[in-house]
Ligand binder design. Structure first.
Ligand code: FES
Length: 281
């Protein structure tokens, strides 16, 4: 059993939990994820790692209620446990394996949308701890849904917050901030890392392609087994079939077929659609 050491509501339908998982905390790297199960018969819920404390063996996860399982998970309190908490899964962020001096000479831009701010945080924190301050754009529908702002401010070189409705800081989509930073302020970025809803990542990629900024995205398709066996998380990347759970979750955003990925995500929402996808796999 994996004990919940802290359960906190961050915003409407968005929750943070600190979970006792020493083995995962010891080995995980930014970019990786875990699969949680509330009880033996529960659905497997893939969640990217938001933070880790290697000394105290703690993994922090952030999730949004999107269905019955995440709703059930939101009802868990401090002191409750997960029946299963498997990880670290997937590949760590590619840039982590680069030589530190090369990284220090790179100008990196992170773009986080909504709950995607959670997986962006450990990446920016890792860089900060290694003496590299990246620029970060955080987009939220509205001020009340903005999460982890203070934590992000502590580790980001520059933090730009934008809300769709203009209720806090800038008004507009993250793509408008990218345009402003690059076209008006003359910033030159060597790489952009975008994590958020698929539709946001798609539009960030369309823009960064035009601006010629290589872009990495973290894909969050439906996952079932998390081991590359079931095919649920199948994606088309550069015309090749990839599995987000073992080959990803991070991919070259300019090569991902977002339209197909979004279509599959929609199909998974109905029993009929799931049966159809299963028949294709
Ligand atoms: Fe089953 Fe990736 S979740 S193959």
């Amino acid at each position: 059993m994996y004990k919940i050491l802290k359960a906190e509501k961050l915003a409407d339908k968005i929750f943070l939990m600190d979970v006792e998982a020493p083995r995962i905390a010891k080995h995980c790297q930014p970019g990786q994820f875990i699969i949680a199960k509330i009880d033996e018969r529960g659905e497997r819920i893939p969640l990217t790692i938001c933070d880790y404390d290697r000394d105290n063996g703690i993994i922090t996860i952030v999730f949004q209620i999107v269905g019955a399982s995440t709703y059930k998970m939101s009802q868990l309190q401090t002191g409750d446990s997960f029946a299963d908490f498997v990880g670290p899964l997937g590949q760590s962020s590619e840039w982590i394996h680069e030589d530190l001096e090369t990284l220090k000479n790179k100008k990196m831009l992170f773009v986080a949308g909504g709950v995607g701010t959670a997986p962006v945080y450990p990446q920016v924190k890792w860089l900060h701890e290694h003496g590299i301050d990246a620029d970060v754009i955080v987009g939220s529908k509205t001020k009340d849904l903005l999460i982890l702002e203070d934590k992000m401010r502590e580790v980001a070189g520059n933090l730009y917050v934008t809300t769709d409705d203009g209720s806090y800081e800038r008004k507009g989509m993250v793509t408008e901030v990218i345009k402003d930073l690059v076209q008006n302020q003359g910033n030159k970025y060597d790489v952009c890392i975008a994590i958020g809803p698929m539709i946001m990542m798609k539009f960030v990629c369309l823009l960064t392609k035009e601006l010629e900024i290589p872009t990495i995205v973290s894909m969050n398709p439906i996952m079932v087994d998390g081991t590359g066996m079931c095919g649920a998380c199948r994606l088309s990347v550069g015309g090749e079939i990839k599995f987000a759970c073992v080959d990803g979750p991070e991919f070259d955003g300019h090569k991902v077929d977002f339209d197909q990925a979004m279509k599959r995500q929609q199909q998974y929402k109905t029993a009929e659609g799931r049966a159809m996808l299963a028949a294709q796999e």
